[in-house]
Write a protein that binds this ligand. Structure first.
Ligand code: ATP
Ligand code: MG
Length: 409
């Protein structure tokens, strides 16, 4: 009978000095996710090289959905724990094989000895366990290379853990260990995936969405907040800043060349995002750009848009194929929401022929034609609303945006 889940964290092992902090965050995040999803306060702890979660009578599957949403978990296994003695390990191993011994089957035993104080070496222990199993169950045959089942014995510092299966985790790094960023979140397929991908690297990401109410509908906003709630299932909550973009779009529409509209909108979005990022102590801007996908995503266009800021812009999807992005969107359950038809602010003012190679100078020239662009930008930021979206169905919290002067918070 399984009594624990043994959780591995692969990549963290590489982190040297930071490892302690990473591990603390990982343990905290696992507890938090379980509490969020199930209401259970689990006794998750760090046991040198692994994280352990006692089942306390629950089926291991009870915890799978939560573990599958924690960044930084490499893999995990339902395990039976046993005392650090040869006798106890042999006995438990034999008992674990019982359910598989009804029909003929091949198996192998793999022993790992993280605890070098345990007196029997891995190879010897492996043989001893295999022999005992063979002697107990005549239907089983040992085979090191071609086997139906692998019985693993992980000899650790306080206990040994025995298991037969392993499930992959999300990988990545624990959320909260990688600093802060803002993500430009549209209602499309790409940007939620981009945001999630950067969160997966441990970065806390707040979303910024530009809307052009009343040109865009209430449903368009609802769509973005729903997307944020889906992403919030990984970690608990996502903050979304809703920036009113209507006046800026109208000013672009009235004063600038039609074929530059998208480029100009993007440049202004970045300026606003940079200011919000500074006020939220974020150090990078995430976008869902994917090279070549649309006119605004050619190298020339990215160059010209990027020109307005020196803040790093992270484009995790830049070289992805659309199908791969769609696969992630489906996995994280944003896809069905993203394909709902409501327009976002850019689609409303789409030019007939957007320029694929816009130049910086012509953009600057056009921006100079907009009366008081700086005023329009500060006004949009001042009127920005912040919505906290939760992953566990809790009601959203809406308030005016709070910006500091970029000092540490
Ligand atoms: P997406 O699926 O993310 O909308 P897309 O392929 O439709 O991507 P574009 O519409 O060209 O691409 O947008 C490129 C990126 O610009 C988006 O991924 C997003 O990061 C940002 N963006 C576009 N529109 C908005 C918006 N209304 N609010 C916030 N960010 C936006
Ligand atoms: Mg889009």
């Amino acid at each position: 009978m399984y009594d624990h889940l043994l959780i591995r964290y692969g990549e963290l092992a590489l982190k040297g000095k930071n490892q302690k902090q990473f591990l603390k965050t990982l343990v905290r995040n696992i507890k938090h996710q379980i509490k969020l999803d199930t209401g259970v306060s689990a006794e998750v702890s760090d046991i040198r090289g692994r994280v352990i979660l006692p089942l306390e009578g629950r089926a291991p599957e009870f915890f799978y959905p939560s573990l599958d949403r924690v960044f930084g978990i490499a893999s995990y296994s339902p395990v039976v724990s046993t005392a650090l003695s040869e006798e106890s390990i042999l006995e438990t191993a034999v008992a674990e094989m019982a359910p598989f011994a009804d029909a003929p089957m091949t198996f192998r035993v793999t022993v790992k000895r993280a605890n070098k104080r345990f007196p029997i070496r891995s190879m010897e222990m492996q043989l001893a366990v295999a022999e005992k199993i063979l002697a107990t169950y005549p239907s089983l045959t040992g085979n090191l290379t071609d086997y139906d089942l692998e019985l693993n014995v992980d000899i650790r510092f306080d206990q040994a853990y025995i298991y037969v299966s392993k499930r992959p985790g999300l990988g990545g790094l624990p959320l909260g260990t990688g600093g802060r960023a803002v993500a430009l979140l549209s209602g499309g397929i790409d940007s939620p995936v981009a945001m999630w991908s950067i969160m997966k690297r441990g970065v806390v990401v707040e979303a910024i969405h530009f809307h052009s109410y009343p040109y865009t509908s209430q449903q368009a906003e609802e769509k973005v907040l729903t997307l944020a709630e889906k992403v919030a299932k990984y970690g608990g909550h996502v903050i979304v800043h809703l920036v009113p973009f209507t006046h800026i779009q109208e000013a672009i529409g009235m004063n600038c060349f039609e074929n530059l509209r998208i480029t100009l909108m993007r440049r202004i979005m970045l300026r606003i995002a940079e200011q919000i990022a500074c006020g939220r102590n974020a150090k990078a801007i995430v976008t869902g750009d994917d090279l070549g996908q649309v006119a605004s995503q050619t190298i020339e266009s990215i160059y010209t848009i990027n020109n307005v800021t020196t803040m790093p812009i992270l484009r995790p999807l830049i070289a992805f194929d659309k199908l791969d992005i769609m696969a992630i969107a489906k996995k994280i359950d944003t896809y069905e929401t993203s394909i709902l038809p409501y327009e976002d602010c850019c689609t409303v003012f789409v030019p007939r022929e957007p320029k694929t190679k816009p130049k910086v100078e012509e953009c600057e020239h056009n921006e100079a034609l907009i009366p008081d662009l700086a005023g329009l930008i500060s006004d949009a930021i001042a009127k920005t609303e912040t919505v906290v979206c939760y992953g566990d169905g809790r009601e959203r919290v809406r308030k005016p945006i709070e910006l500091s002067q970029g000092d540490d918070k």
